[in-house]
Ligand binder design. Structure first.
Ligand SMILES: Cc1cc2nc3c(=O)[nH]c(=O)nc-3n(C[C@H](O)[C@H](O)[C@H](O)COP(=O)(O)OP(=O)(O)OC[C@H]3O[C@@H](n4cnc5c(N)ncnc54)[C@H](O)[C@@H]3O)c2cc1C
Length: 516
């Protein structure tokens, strides 16, 4: 059972919304939480009130307003939510920099490039991230949504009844409401951990100096991505995880590639560790844990907690609205409707897929279902995702175990990246594609890709799985040579070869003997 969130930027008067307060973050605030902003006077009744302006809430509000509905959007912190402010955007900006640092460090040996000297400038990495994030923030700005005709309210929204939400003294009555309050980092109940104020994704992007030593708790996507990036910047990183492997939700062969790459980048992986306590030692922080029957104490300037997420479900009157929830989130049916028929939920607060594109897809569906009697089912969405380690792991649809649980027999085709010319020439030939097909057919049930740009390559397989395009037709599609994307066609070729029955092989052999 995860602990309550540590004090962070959300809703606390003494804690700033974002740090440092440089020109980039001031620009961010001007877009996402304008200091001089005044809430509008509420309309009599809204077609739609949206609570939370992360991806799920913004997309819901934008589509609702574009279709002519009267829409109110409420945000207590920064519009844009986690993805823009403390998630995808800042993490991918620094991952890009970490990739560049790593390339430069190894370019002389790998490519005969001029040798690089010097330490690198971590402060510049973080400033670049803040600048780009502020640039991107225009898309999610309060002004942009106001211009779309959305009534934007800054403040904490609370349900006051089944059809009313209050914010900053205003009462907003609604025909339909959408809860899009997202989630927060979970802090495991380790004695002393909360007291030493560890970093989470809400505060790590505030750093301006590189921690010499960094301890990371948790080997999910966030822990692995950031551990590898900080190791590439030169931190001594130790990743401590309770489970015996990293990325437990992914294909185990795929995770092994990433584990080896992280170890090569200098991340010390202390898997299978039971954390006993946390504390302080002078200006540093300590973690005591048991590993392989021994007790170890690790010391670092900073500890990053990336041990899972918990949905934001408490403290805003869900009980008053008759909306059922538990520690896993707001309860919704397949059509995203809560136990209050006027109220729907999208995104991290209610979804088992906690991705920006999942919140986006659900928001598009919820508009149909909530306002137009739509019958869209969230469980029918084919969901791809990617972990942006180096190499990346991208996946879509079912794993073999999912298919087995559903009683579906599968054929699995795997092709290693080391067989691919472009991967060899790029010097990034570690990885594979693995496609699961309904047995005896070429219908794609799921696929995993491990490659430097797997996230960009999974789209073809996601399209095929969504549109019912078989692997055979992918094999008949011409792919440019030499590209990493050819790996998918190679999987199709392998499938075609497998399909050749012994009888067909004998017939071909006979034919070629005759036409000699
Ligand atoms: C470090 C990190 C990296 C990530 N990287 C990726 C990635 O690369 N790709 C990807 O697809 N996903 C990624 N994610 C996940 C992605 O950020 C989330 O899935 C996405 O932000 C969910 O959007 P949402 O709208 O459901 O919630 P959120 O973005 O969390 O937005 C919820 C909003 O609701 C507001 N709110 C809450 N309660 C109230 C209230 N009572 N009143 C008013 N406002 C309220 C919050 O302040 C917040 O702004 C990452 C997440 C993290 C933490």
């Amino acid at each position: 059972m995860p602990g309550a969130p540590v004090s962070g930027p959300h809703g606390s008067a003494e804690t700033p919304l974002v740090q440092p307060l440089d020109e980039h973050n001031r620009r961010l605030l001007a877009n996402l939480h304008p200091p001089d902003y005044r809430n509008p006077s509420p309309k009599d009744r809204y077609h739609l009130v949206v609570l939370g302006a992360g991806t799920g809430g913004l997309v819901t509000a934008a589509i609702g307003a574009a279709l002519g509905a009267k829409v109110a959007l409420i945000e207590k912190h920064l519009t844009g939510g986690d993805c823009l402010n403390v998630g995808c955007v800042p993490s991918k900006a620094i991952l890009r920099a970490a990739r560049a640092w790593n390339e430069v460090r190894h370019a002389a040996v790998r490519f005969g490039a001029p040798a690089a000297a010097g330490q690198g400038d971590f402060a510049a990495v973080m400033e670049r991230m803040r600048r780009l994030r502020a640039d991107i923030s225009r898309n999610d700005s309060v002004a942009r949504f106001r211009d779309m005709g959305v009534d934007v309210f800054i403040g904490t929204g609370r349900f006051a009844g089944p059809d009313t939400i209050e914010v900053e003294g205003a009462r907003l009555r609604f025909r339909r409401a959408v809860i899009a309050t997202g989630g927060r980092p979970a802090i495991p109940p380790v004695p002393g951990l909360r007291e030493i104020e560890p970093l989470t994704n809400e505060t790590i992007f505030w750093l301006t100096t590189l921690p010499r030593r960094l301890l990371v708790i948790g080997a999910g996507p966030i822990g692995c991505e950031l551990a590898q990036a900080f190791a590439r910047f030169g931190s001594q990183v130790t990743l401590v995880n309770r489970g015996p492997r990293i990325l437990p939700r992914e294909d185990s062969d795929a995770a092994r590639f990433v584990e080896e790459a992280m170890a090569r980048d200098g991340v010390r992986l202390h898997l299978g560790s039971k954390i006993l306590s946390a504390g302080r030692q002078g200006s540093e922080r300590t973690l005591v844990y048991e590993r392989e029957g021994r007790r170890e104490t690790a010391v670092a300037e900073q500890i990053l907690v990336a041990a899972g997420r918990e949905p934001t479900v408490r403290g805003f009157g869900l009980e008053a609205a008759g909306v059922a929830f538990d520690d896993a989130g707001v309860k919704v049916d397949a059509r995203l409707r809560t136990t209050n028929p006027r109220v729907y939920a999208v995104g991290d607060v209610s979804s088992r897929h906690q991705f920006t594109h999942a919140a986006d897809a659900q928001a598009r569906m919820v508009i149909q279902n909530a306002l137009f009697f739509g019958r869209g089912r969230a469980d029918s969405l084919v969901m791809p995702w990617c972990t942006y380690t180096s190499p990346e792991i991208a996946h879509v649809g079912m794993y073999e175990a999912d298919a087995r649980r559903a009683g579906i027999d599968v054929d699995t085709i795997s092709v290693p990246l080391e067989d691919l010319d472009r991967a060899i020439l790029d010097g990034s030939n570690e990885g594979f594609v693995r496609v699961h097909l309904r047995k005896g057919t070429d219908r794609i049930l799921g696929a995993t890709l491990v490659a430097e740009h797997a996230g960009d390559m999974i789209g073809e397989l996601a399209l095929a799985a969504t549109a019912g395009i078989g692997l055979g037709r992918i094999g008949a599609t011409i792919h440019p040579y030499p590209t990493q994307g050819e790996i998918v066609r190679k999987a199709a070729d392998k499938f075609a070869r497998r399909r050749l029955t012994p009888l067909a092989k004998r017939v071909f052999a006979l034919f070629f003997r005759i036409v000699r």
